[in-house]
Design a protein around this ligand. Sequence first.
Ligand code: ZN
Length: 136
Amino acid sequence: MNIFELTLLIGFIWVGYVCGKMLGAYLGVAGWIVGFVLGCALAVGVYTIFLRLIDLWYRWRPIRPICKEGKCSSDDYQLLELSKGNVVFRCRCGAKYIKTRHRFGELLDDGSVRPYMKRTWSLGRWEEDRGESVGE
Ligand SMILES: [Zn+2]
């Protein structure tokens, strides 16, 4: 168990304690027990929903777009190089891509970049890059 998991466990128990204390004030020991169990379940449920929402967000707006071959998703890229605002990735198909703040371009063997995908605003989704300015 790492420190994050330990903190989560303490948080779940704390919510159970608070709920148990509230219900225990009205129903005695039975209220304590029921309140503790319900409080822990509530905390786990809220945390699970929170994780699910984050997952949905990244499915809707992945960090990296699907590769040009249409085979690799955001998690399939391998980090190759990290330098001053640029990140170079390689997908499982072997193509290299360079990611800047708003763009995801194909890095060709001669070092040039072929526009591939872009985001027109920070929270936007990936869309086809035709090479026009996106305010970088
Ligand atoms: Zn690929």
